[in-house]
Design a protein around this ligand. Structure first.
Ligand SMILES: Cc1cc2nc3c(=O)[nH]c(=O)nc-3n(C[C@H](O)[C@H](O)[C@H](O)COP(=O)(O)OP(=O)(O)OC[C@H]3O[C@@H](n4cnc5c(N)ncnc54)[C@H](O)[C@@H]3O)c2cc1C
Ligand SMILES: *[C@@H]1O[C@H](CO)[C@@H](O)[C@H](O)[C@H]1NC(C)=O
Ligand SMILES: *[C@@H]1O[C@H](CO)[C@@H](O)[C@H](O)[C@H]1NC(C)=O
Length: 606
């Protein structure tokens, strides 16, 4: 999650190395070079890739190929200190004028979004060990039981129901209860169900060691308009109501927990996993229709990693479909147009891109926020001391409070018949809009509060395709924003609901002056829709470009074991295989799916 209003966000993070310097943790003998053979070769050392690589390395020989290096070295404390995930990670700027940081970002720019003001959007994606878990906002939010039931139905496999997935969710995390003393906020005690978490994983999940005062008021405003606190949090299959957001933060040090600081570190200490950093996989190699290995390029040296058993593709939502296509798997017409020999004609590759979008309603506020405290020379030194000595204070916090809701009858009645019908086809407890309470500084340094509305179910579809047979050319991305009018319709209703939250007594008690974004002049439904189309942004949760499904289904690329249809010895394991955009936030399910498929491979392999 991230609430995005690029023009108004003041990037206050210093892009300088963390002090003291973070040592590179991979042992020299675990850094690969040149031709070699492994049981499993994993393409992409990102969120899913490092998780599945670490688990497979518990019983087999495994290599992982990653285009980037260590983000702590390449991006400094911007990628380590929780608050800087909001203010210091400058590459999340979605505008065409985004800062170029090829050492940690893929620098992807989409095609013009024809239904959204023809904007070309910079879509940040981590190019580093840890992948996008090194850039994300660390919210750990599972989806609803009904969404996993829908996944199970689409995949034709009951192992995808929430109850059957829960052991893998638990296995992938280590929960630390909230530190109420450090949080020191009576109204912000997180509710959660300890039974839905585990303790054996290297991946820390906990709550911020600090509560933002502005967000406390905005949380109250959501509660005041009827979005009650979910007494179990959202990790037990019920994704409705509000909660203080659990995060992938190491609570003892208040540092980002990524797949690199968790699963890679664990594998480094406990297995023979071999890492190929700063290396780009260029192509999956086949013998007939059986994947046999991967061609790799490290600084211009090209070599082959052979896979005795399987190749696992974990290159993420944009690069996994691209890798399939340049290797000969995808829509036949696309492959032929690029002179790529067809290994498997799979029309669904790259076709089902789902990207949930979001808009903000923002006011100036009288209450302090984390960004303001650390930007103020009078309060910054104490904040830094708190962070460095106590792992607490504003620097230690990222995501705050979120609420999920099914639209009220009043707002549902404003939707078109077709939008109502589209929503009615979803499970009856599916949340429809997500409200994220946020804070930022206006360009002149004044504190703002924001209440963003995000669609929970993306009806629009985009696509990923290729412009050449070379992996070095960026994938061609059309996000498909507003290609289905239901998304705009729901977002307008969501924006109205955000305004209701701002109109409540708790929000009014901190609001200074009139609404700034969108502003009072944006009033009629037509004006609201126009505003939404011109200003909606991603929250970096795109999915489903190599969808899981039943063999022969139009969009299906992998079966319920994540095996690519039409070939042998190749699986895709990352967010691209989610069959649709899950309500909630994806990383919890990305870690889960990596655990689940690793376990399936282990059971099949032993
Ligand atoms: C700014 C931002 C904020 C977000 N906030 C949240 C949040 O708060 N909560 C949440 O749940 N989710 C959030 N997300 C989304 C979440 O982080 C992603 O959904 C998740 O990390 C995706 O995991 P993945 O394994 O599919 O891909 P990634 O983690 O992106 O991994 C793909 C890896 O493959 C590598 N790679 C690609 N091609 C090649 C190649 N040819 N050769 C070698 N390596 C290659 C990449 O460098 C990368 O390391 C956010 C994402 C972003 C970008
Ligand atoms: C970020 O790093 C710089 C340089 O080491 C340091 O001066 C600064 O205090 C760091 N910020 C935080 C919040 O640790
Ligand atoms: C910033 O701009 C807003 C709107 O113009 C104004 O209300 C506020 O006082 C300004 N803040 C500062 C510190 O100048």
């Amino acid at each position: 999650m991230f609430f995005s209003f690029a023009a108004a966000v003041v990037f206050a993070g210093a892009l300088v190395p963390l002090s003291p310097a973070v040592p590179l943790r991979v042992r020299a003998d675990q850094v690969g070079t040149g031709d070699a053979k492994f049981d499993y070769v994993v393409i992409g050392g990102g969120t899913a890739g490092l998780t599945i690589a670490a688990r497979l390395a518990e019983f087999a020989s495994v290599a992982v190929i990653e285009a980037g290096g260590y983000y702590e070295t390449d991006y400094g404390n911007a990628s380590v200190v929780p608050l800087l995930s909001l203010t210091g990670i400058d590459v999340i700027d979605p505008s065409e004028a985004f800062p170029h940081r090829p050492e940690i970002d893929w620098e992807l720019l989409t095609e013009p979004q024809t239904n959204a003001g023809n904007r070309r959007v910079h879509y940040a994606q981590g190019k580093t060990l840890g992948g996008s878990s090194a850039l994300n906002t660390m919210s750990y939010v599972r989806s609803s039981a009904s969404a996993y039931q829908r996944w199970a139905d689409l995949a034709g496999d009951s192992s995808y129901t929430f109850d059957n997935l829960l052991p893998y969710f638990k296995k992938s995390v280590r929960l630390t209860p909230p530190n109420l003393q450090k949080r020191n906020a009576v109204n912000a005690t997180p509710e959660y169900d300890p039974n839905s978490f585990g303790s054996g994983s290297p991946l820390d999940v906990s709550w911020n060691n600090w509560v933002d005062p502005t967000i406390s008021w905005l949380a109250k405003s959501l509660q005041a308009i009827g979005l009650v606190v979910n007494p179990k949090g959202w990790s037990s299959g019920d994704l409705n109501g509000g909660s203080w957001v659990p995060s992938t933060i190491d609570p003892a040090h208040a540092t980002r927990e990524s797949s690199q600081t968790s699963f890679l570190d664990y594998a480094t200490g406990n297995t023979q996993l071999v890492v190929y950093p700063h290396s780009q996989a260029t192509k999956i190699l086949f013998d007939g229709t059986t994947a046999t290995g991967v061609s790799v390029n490290t600084d211009g040296t090209v070599y082959t990693l052979s896979a005795n058993k399987e190749v696992i593709l974990s290159a993420g939502v944009f690069h996994s479909p691209q890798m399939l296509m340049v290797s000969g798997i995808g829509p036949k017409s696309t492959l032929e147009a690029n002179n790529i020999p067809v290994i498997a004609d799979l029309p669904g590759v790259g076709q089902n891109l789902r990207d949930p979008i979001s808009v903000n309603v923002a006011h100036f506020v009288s209450t302090p926020n984390a960004q303001g405290i650390v930007a103020n020379p009078a309060t910054q030194p104490e904040a830094l001391r708190q962070y460095q000595e106590e792992a607490a204070g504003p620097y230690s916090s990222a995501a705050g409070y979120i609420s999920y809701e099914r639209l009220t009858d009043e707002l549902r009645s404003t939707l078109s018949d077709s939008t109502r019908a589209a929503l009615a086809a979803l499970p009856s407890d599916s949340p429809e809009v997500q409200f994220i309470a946020g804070t930022f500084l206006w360009t002149n340094g004044s504190a703002m509060g924001s209440m963003s509305a995000t669609i929970c179910n993306t009806f629009s579809r985009g696509s990923v395709t290729i412009s050449s047979a070379s992996i070095s050319d960026a994938p061609v991305i059309d996000l498909g924003w507003f290609s289905d009018p239901a998304d705009g319709d729901v977002l307008v209703a969501g924006l109205k609901r955000s305004r209701q939250a701002w109109a409540s007594e708790p929000a009014q008690s901190i609001s200074l002056g009139a609404e700034v974004i969108p502003g009072d002049s944006v009033a009629t439904d037509e004006q609201l829709l126009e505003f939404v189309k011109a200003n909606a942004n991603m929250i970096w949760h795109p999915s489903s470009t190599c969808s899981m499904g039943k063999e022969g289904d139009k969009d299906a690329v992998v079966d319920s074991g994540a095996r690519v249809f039409g070939v042998q010895g190749l699986r895709v394991v990352d967010i691209s295989i989610f069959p649709f955009s899950l309500p909630g936030h994806p990383q919890a399910s990305v870690y889960m799916i990596a655990e689940k498929i690793a376990d399936a491979i282990k059971k099949g392999a032993q």
